[in-house]
Design a protein around this ligand. Structure first.
Ligand SMILES: CC(=O)SCCNC(=O)CCNC(=O)[C@H](O)C(C)(C)COP(=O)(O)OP(=O)(O)OC[C@H]1O[C@@H](n2cnc3c(N)ncnc32)[C@H](O)[C@@H]1OP(=O)(O)O
Ligand SMILES: O=C([O-])CC(=O)C(=O)O
Length: 381
């Protein structure tokens, strides 16, 4: 919202509509409702290119050739294990703490262990980025198992990124359709220009702080329900509504209370999120292969809420809406959903950190003061 008064300059609360810098990493094209990573439409990447290839694209500016890809995969596989100290530190965190707190602590701890006497060069930052890409799934899986009273499963270097993650969480790799759906979600979640968490990473980087500090801060920004935390909030909300026939009365109450409906609306897309159709198709395939009647009921509720929001408010789902349901159907518990987003978005964040350093300017906007006028400090009593 932009407000103007004779006394105040133009104020763009939430930085709505403000263009603060250039980026060559991705662009949301509102006119065509599309998203490109380094020029490639994300819809053409998802399902056709692996998440590892997309990470390479975001970091290096182009898709890897076969030799580059195998070298990249070999390095990623070798970096997956956690050292004993990290595993011990994370195991000491309260079992009740949110997995986003575990991840935030893990990245902060990686920074403490790597005091980085290096120069923050693109090469050094890309090496750290790859280590985070490789290790974060190990953290998320170990924490998932810890919450369920299970011992961690060590990474398996014979498995690809997505397969290994499922194996570390559940002790088995699901069938190819589930892995494909997960990989689509990772590609779609990887990057989205100057969203709140990426901008947070860029603000921290602009002070010339290290990559771990920027990623730790970005995780904090992603946790909130207006951003990445919405994929978890979607499942809580569906649980609260309970059944398709409850959607109407539930929405009446929610609108009356001026509640935001989780997984709907977007700062940039006002006519629907470009990533949703592909994610929804992948989620529908998961629904179709389930024989559990509870899945059909949940999917019917999901559709009923989407249709009611379109009819009553003209507000469409964002990526968190189908992704939340998909992650539930893949067997992840709800607190794991936003950490899954982190595992993917760490690629976008770190690409932006490198880009920010390439043409850095300290990010420091102004504010219009509207507090009390200048006044004398009263004598201490
Ligand atoms: C991957 C991601 O991070 S995507 C975002 C995930 N977040 C969510 O799903 C949380 C729910 N959505 C929201 O809160 C918002 O849509 C946001 C924060 C994502 C975007 O917000 P903004 O760009 O600031 O839009 P803003 O809040 O100004 O909304 C414009 C209007 O649409 C309404 N609106 C927008 N989203 C919603 C929603 N989810 N539920 C109900 N009303 C909504 C607002 O109330 C406002 O109405 P008004 O003009 O009558 O006051
Ligand atoms: O762009 C945004 O504001 C939020 C979003 O969809 C994302 O980060 O993927």
């Amino acid at each position: 919202m932009t407000t103007t008064s004779p006394a105040a300059p133009d104020i763009h609360r939430g930085l709505t509509g403000v263009v603060v810098d250039t980026t060559a990493i991705s662009t949301v094209i509102q006119e065509t409702n599309s998203l490109t990573y380094r020029g490639y439409p994300v819809q053409d990447l998802a399902g056709r290119r692996s998440f590892e290839e997309v990470a390479h694209l975001l970091w290096y500016g182009d898709l890897p050739g076969p030799a580059e890809l195998s070298a990249f995969q070999a390095r990623e596989r070798a970096l997956r294990p956690l050292d004993r100290t990290t595993a011990e530190v994370l195991a000491r965190l309260p079992r009740t703490c949110h997995p986003m707190d575990v991840l935030r602590t893990a990245v902060s701890f990686f920074g403490a262990e790597d005091p980085a006497e290096d120069d923050g060069s693109p090469a050094a930052n890309r090496a750290k980025s790859l280590a985070l890409l490789a290790k974060l799934p190990t953290v998320v899986a170990a924490d998932h198992r810890r919450r369920h009273g299970l011992a961690p499963i060590q990474p398996d270097p014979s498995l690809g990124y997505a397969e290994n993650f499922f194996h570390m969480c559940f002790g088995e790799v699901p069938d190819a359709e589930v892995v494909r759906c997960f990989e689509i979600s990772l590609v779609l979640y990887a990057e989205h220009s100057f969203n709140a968490s990426t901008f947070t990473a860029r603000v921290v980087t602009s002070t010339l702080a290290d990559l771990y500090s920027a990623v730790t801060a970005a995780i904090g920004a992603l946790k909130g329900p207006l951003h990445g935390g919405a994929n978890e909030a979607v499942m809580h909300m569906l649980g609260e509504i309970g059944a398709p026939e409850r959607v109407g009365p539930w929405l009446d109450e929610a609108f009356a209370a001026k509640r935001k409906i989780m997984g709907f609306g977007h700062r940039v897309y006002k006519h629907g999120d470009s990533r949703v159709p592909l994610m929804q198709e992948a989620t529908d395939r998961l629904v179709a292969r389930s024989t559990d009647p509870a899945t059909a009921r949940l999917a019917a509720l999901h559709t009923a809420l989407r249709d009611a929001m379109a009819t009553r408010k003209g507000i469409h789902p964002n990526l968190d809406y189908p992704a939340g349901l998909a992650y539930h159907l893949m067997g992840f518990d709800v607190p794991t959903f936003t950490p899954l987003f982190v595992m993917s978005r760490v690629t976008g964040w770190t690409a932006h950190i490198t880009e920010q350093l390439g043409h850095n300017a300290l990010i420091r906007p102004l504010a219009h003061y509207d507090g009390p006028g200048q006044r004398p400090v009263p004598a201490a009593s």
